[in-house]
Every structure is written in structure tokens, then in C-alpha cells.
Design a protein around this ligand. Structure first.
Ligand SMILES: Cc1cc2nc3c(=O)[nH]c(=O)nc-3n(C[C@H](O)[C@H](O)[C@H](O)COP(=O)(O)OP(=O)(O)OC[C@H]3O[C@@H](n4cnc5c(N)ncnc54)[C@H](O)[C@@H]3O)c2cc1C
Length: 542
């Protein structure tokens, strides 16, 4: 059963080793043990539905609660404290284009707003109902989850858009293929959600971001349906797929998508390397990318992330022994870990050995120390398990959140450094807030998560203590988020490399797009949804 107020399956627990608890207490202080509201208490707070009955609609209070929020930190605060302002008035589960059309027609007739809902894994407030007079209908697409066609010759597959990551891979793997789109939320997020948030999987360097994988499809809008033909390439004017990508449920409901698939790799390895510091590791990563080497992933953690990852894994004795060995080799406090993936679909030994050899050479010339496959295997094993730690940390009294951007290589060091500095100091100064946060320490660390010839995305994780008052926990989050977002914009970074805009990033979007850009987006939204029925308040302010 899915957790109603946190990440993932209720039965999966990520325990916090004692040594990890001590590590966090040393860095930010002991977390307070605070009671969360129960499911029964939260359900009891769901009000009467304002929607009239419809055969596709559930107005069950628990259903409405379970669709009221996503996975952002403000969402967690709301769910765990029971302070959920607004609930959808009903949740519909369409199973076909006809159902989606019928629901849009019904919503227009009764004056309802419609929130398309994939896996509800948004971390920026995408699926939250906005308070207002109009009733709210959440359209959960999870029952539209079938593989409709598979064209092996063209390596194209057509899926219904509500299909989640594991089902996509199950269907494709059975035929010897893969989509290769592995966001950390893979377990629950859906194809439609990926497309409209411009998602990026962990091995996007090899497989491509979702915009590279999305070849065409179909959307239903309040004014009618639209097909997006799957051409291998086209010069027939602007690409309408690009309008849908990143549209965040504002321009229509994606009902099916054509995706580009590849053969399941014949071999794959994730290798670990230590560098003396993040700067030399980053330089090596850039050199590998700019040399055009066919690796599949380059995840370059900074020193604090390296230390924290090892500490949270427990295994004190192993870490102590490794620490002694690394120090002897002069990999000291600044040591930073790279996990590099190599993926081979061809079985061609020359390419495999050549890539490994050339990447290894670049790494060694930048002072990198190969450690084999153990660390890489550990990373692979926990790639979708790691988010469960957030549940445990919350219960131990800590709020954990992440943010990300992408900048050109020339801005990577400054942006990463200053954003982390702003977050680290964000709660230290009593004059920046109510005073309750005075002296609070913040643990912050970063890694390069996605790399390109011209730049990289920087993924920052931060952790601070929850306050007794949920509003204060939220206020701390606002202070940190705003401080980091300002640094990102000052460096010309994008406000989102992969999580999208939603409600949380909407105030910062105009700085990136400019007035004319915002007008163009508004006009597009108005074309597809003239009555502003779909997911108001997300991406665009209205
Ligand atoms: C632990 C965790 C790890 C994450 N890791 C990554 C990561 O590695 N990479 C990454 O890119 N993201 C990541 N995310 C963010 C999130 O998973 C993505 O934004 C994902 O694409 C959302 O998909 P979803 O199906 O859950 O969409 P939802 O959260 O349900 O919805 C997101 C938005 O898409 C719209 N929408 C959903 N389906 C449709 C549809 N069929 N038609 C029209 N609109 C639709 C909704 O209205 C909403 O605006 C992570 C999130 C969490 C919680």
C-alpha cells in the first residue's frame, strides 16, 4: 500500500543506523521527536465535495486526501501536520480518451478546475488544488497504463500516458528493449508526468532526456483532441511537441505517447573513483564529456555529499578502514566520489574497452583513484531506495529537500559554491526571520547529476531540523529555497533542470523567460484552455 503522507510503499523502511544519527546530531543538532497526524485524523478534515455525481468520479474522502498533495517539502509539512488547506472535490480514473473527453466536458459544464495527475511525485507543488470558488476535479491517469503498440523495426512503442516506470520497463524488457528513463522517482512517476515536466533520468547522458525519447502522441484539451505525429525529424515549422513538453498539465491531458526505445544493454557497469577534491573531479567529468566518450552516467559528488553518503550507510568499521587507507594515499577531507556508468548495447569489445580505457586515463590524469565496482554496485542497488530515507529522517526530526539547476561549465563552481553557502548560512541569522530559527545549522551538499558538452546540472540536498510548529518548519524552507533560487538566477542558471516549475518555482520563472516569453506562454495556454480550466496556478501565476 502506498504511504499517504510520505514516499513510497508503506512496507519499505530505510532504517537510520545509530552512527548516522550521531553524525546528523553533530552537524545540525538532535532532531525533535514530533507527532504527526494520523490517516484517520487527516481524512476527518476532508470537507463535503462540491461536485455532483458522475460515473467516473470518486468523492471518497480518503481518495481525495491521497490526491491533495505531491512530494514537495511544503506538501510533507501539510500532510504530516494535517494543515491541508484544499482538497480536490473528486478524483476521476479515466480509462480511455473518451473518458478524458467526457470528464473535460463535465468539468466545463459544472465550472470545475481539472488537475491531471500521474504518479503525484511532483516536488514543486504541481498537483495541489488552489483554493477558490470553483470545485476541483483531479484526473488520475493511473488506469491508462497499457502498451498499445510496439514497432520493433522503427524502435518505437506507444504507451498510454498514465503508465509508471516499472510497467514500462517490464513491457519493454520482455521484448528485449528499454526506454532507459530512470528518474529517482521511477517507482511511482508516469510517462505523462515525465513529458509535461521535462523529466530527466539518471542515465540521461546515454538515453537522452524525456524530450529526446518522446516522439509523438495525443492530447485531449478543453477545446478538442490533438495528435502529435511521430516523425523521426521534421522541418515543418515549430515543433508542437516542444509546447507540450513542460506544459505541466496547463495545455491538455496527454493520453498516449510514442517513445523511442533501445535494446536492453548486454552489459553495464557503474564504477567508483575518488578525487582529491570536487574541482579536480569536475574537471575530469568535463574532459570526459567534451571528448565525446560514450559513458552513460557521471555523478560527481562533492566532499560533503561523499562523507554524508558514507556516514548514512552505517558500516562504521568499513568506513574507518577505508578512511585510513584513503588518507595514506592523500585523499583527505576534500575527497569526492565519482560514480561513472558505462552501458553497452552492441557487445563490441573494442568500444567497451576503449571507452573504459580513455575515461580511466582522463580520470587518472586528474588525480582520480579507481576503486572498482563495489561503490557503483551499492549506488545501483539503492538508486530507487534512497528516497525512503526521507521518511525516516522526517520521523527523526529532520526536514530534507533538494533543488537543482543547470549552468554552463564556466558557472558551475561559482553557482554550486554560492548556492550552498547561502543555504548553509540561511537559518543562522536571527534578523532574517521570526527569530525562532536563530542559530539553526543546515547540512548542505551537492553533486553534478546530468552533464552536457556545454554545462551541467547541479543537484543540491539540504537538511535542517524540524521546528515544533509546522509553520516554522515551512518558513525555514522558504528562507532556504529563496536564498538558493536567487543565487541560481544571479548566475544565469535555470530555475529547474528537471523538476519543473509548478507552484514553487512560478515566482522565479519570469526572470528566466522575460516579459515577451511569459506572454507567449500565456497565449499558448489561452489557445488550448481559454477558460483557464486546467491546473491553474502552476507554471504560470494564473
Ligand atoms: C523521490 C523523488 C525523486 C525524484 N527524482 C527525479 C529525477 O530523478 N528526475 C526527474 O526528472 N524528476 C524527479 N522527481 C520529480 C518527479 O518525479 C517528476 O517531476 C515526474 O516527472 C512527475 O511525474 P508524475 O507522473 O508523478 O506527475 P505528477 O506529479 O502526478 O504531476 C506532475 C505534473 O504533470 C501533470 N501531469 C501528470 N500527468 C499528466 C498527463 N498525462 N497529462 C497532462 N499533465 C499531466 C500534472 O498536472 C502536474 O502538473 C523526483 C521526485 C521525487 C519525489
Amino acid at each position: 500500500m502506498r504511504r499517504w503522507n510520505g514516499w513510497g510503499d508503506e512496507a519499505t523502511i530505510y532504517p537510520l543506523p545509530d552512527s548516522a544519527a550521531r553524525y546528523l546530531a553533530d552537524l545540525v543538532g538532535d532532531g525533535p521527536r514530533l507527532e504527526d497526524v494520523s490517516l484517520a485524523q487527516a481524512v476527518a478534515a476532508v470537507g463535503t465535495s462540491r461536485l455532483s455525481a458522475h460515473p467516473l468520479l470518486s468523492s471518497d474522502p480518503e481518495d481525495r486526501l491521497r490526491h491533495a498533495r505531491g512530494q514537495s517539502l511544503p506538501d510533507w509539512v501539510a500532510l504530516r501536520s494535517g494543515r491541508i488547506e484544499t482538497f480536490p472535490d473528486g478524483v476521476a480514473y479515466p480509462t480511455s480518451d473518451e473518458d478524458v473527453r467526457a470528464l473535460l466536458d463535465y468539468a466545463r459544464k459544472v465550472g470545475a478546475k481539472v488537475i491531471p495527475y500521474g504518479g503525484g511525485t511532483s516536488v514543486v507543488g504541481h498537483v495541489n488544488p488552489v483554493p477558490g470558488e470553483a470545485p476541483i476535479l483531479t484526473m488520475d491517469l493511473s488506469r491508462m497504463n497499457r502498451l498499445l503498440e510496439f514497432d520493433e523495426t522503427s524502435r518505437l512503442a506507444i504507451f498510454e500516458a498514465g503508465v509508471a516506470g516499472p510497467e514500462i520497463e517490464k513491457q519493454l524488457n520482455a521484448r528485449g528493449y528499454t526506454l532507459g528513463h530512470f528518474p529517482q522517482s521511477f517507482e511511482l512517476s508516469t510517462l505523462g508526468g515525465w513529458i509535461v515536466t521535462r523529466s530527466s533520468g539518471q542515465q540521461s547522458y546515454h538515453y537522452g532526456r524525456i524530450e529526446n525519447l518522446f516522439a509523438g502522441g495525443h492530447i485531449e484539451t478543453p477545446i478538442g483532441g490533438m495528435d502529435l505525429p511521430a516523425h523521426p525529424a521534421s522541418a515543418a515549422g515549430p515543433d508542437l511537441k516542444q509546447i507540450l513538453l513542460g506544459s505541466e498539465g496547463r495545455m491538455g491531458v496527454v493520453t498516449r505517447a510514442v517513445v523511442r526505445v533501445r535494446r536492453v544493454p548486454v552489459r553495464e557497469k557503474f564504477l567508483g573513483y575518488f578525487f582529491h577534491d570536487w574541482e579536480s573531479g569536475t574537471a575530469a567529468v568535463r574532459a570526459i564529456v567534451q571528448a565525446g566518450l560514450k559513458v552513460s552516467m557521471l555523478r560527481m559528488s562533492n566532499a560533503m555529499e561523499t562523507a554524508t553518503t558514507l556516514a548514512l550507510a552505517g558500516k562504521e568499521n568499513l568506513i574507518r578502514t577505508a578512511d585510513r587507507g584513503l588518507r595514506l594515499l592523500r585523499y583527505g577531507d576534500g575527497r569526492s566520489l565519482l560514480v561513472m556508468g558505462i552501458t553497452d548495447e552492441t557487445g563490441n569489445d573494442n568500444i567497451w574497452q576503449g571507452t573504459k580505457g580513455e575515461a580511466g586515463h582522463i580520470i587518472r590524469t586528474h588525480g582520480g583513484l579507481p576503486t572498482g565496482t563495489t561503490i557503483g554496485r551499492m549506488w545501483k542497488k539503492s538508486r530507487f531506495y534512497a528516497p525512503y530515507l526521507r521518511n525516516t529522517l522526517w520521523e527523526a526530526g529532520y526536514s530534507l529537500d533538494t533543488l537543482e539547476t543547470a549552468v554552463p561549465w564556466s558557472q558551475v563552481a561559482a553557482t554550486a559554491g554560492e548556492a550552498q553557502k547561502a543555504i548553509r548560512a540561511g537559518l543562522a541569522d536571527p534578523s532574517t526571520g521570526s527569530g525562532q530559527a536563530s542559530g539553526e545549522r543546515v547540512l548542505v551538499f551537492a553533486h553534478l547529476s546530468h552533464v552536457y558538452n556545454d554545462g551541467a546540472s547541479i543537484y543540491i540536498t539540504y537538511l535542517y531540523r524540524r521546528a515544533n510548529d509546522p509553520d516554522e518548519t515551512l518558513r525555514r524552507w522558504h528562507v532556504l529555497k529563496d536564498a538558493a533560487s536567487r543565487v541560481i538566477l544571479a548566475h544565469g542558471g535555470t530555475i529547474s533542470h528537471q523538476h519543473g516549475v509548478g507552484a514553487d518555482h512560478a515566482p522565479y520563472l519570469a526572470a528566466e523567460k522575460g516579459p515577451l516569453g511569459m506572454r507567449a506562454l500565456e497565449a499558448l495556454r489561452g489557445t488550448f484552455d481559454p477558460d483557464c480550466m486546467l491546473n491553474p496556478g502552476k507554471l504560470l501565476e494564473k
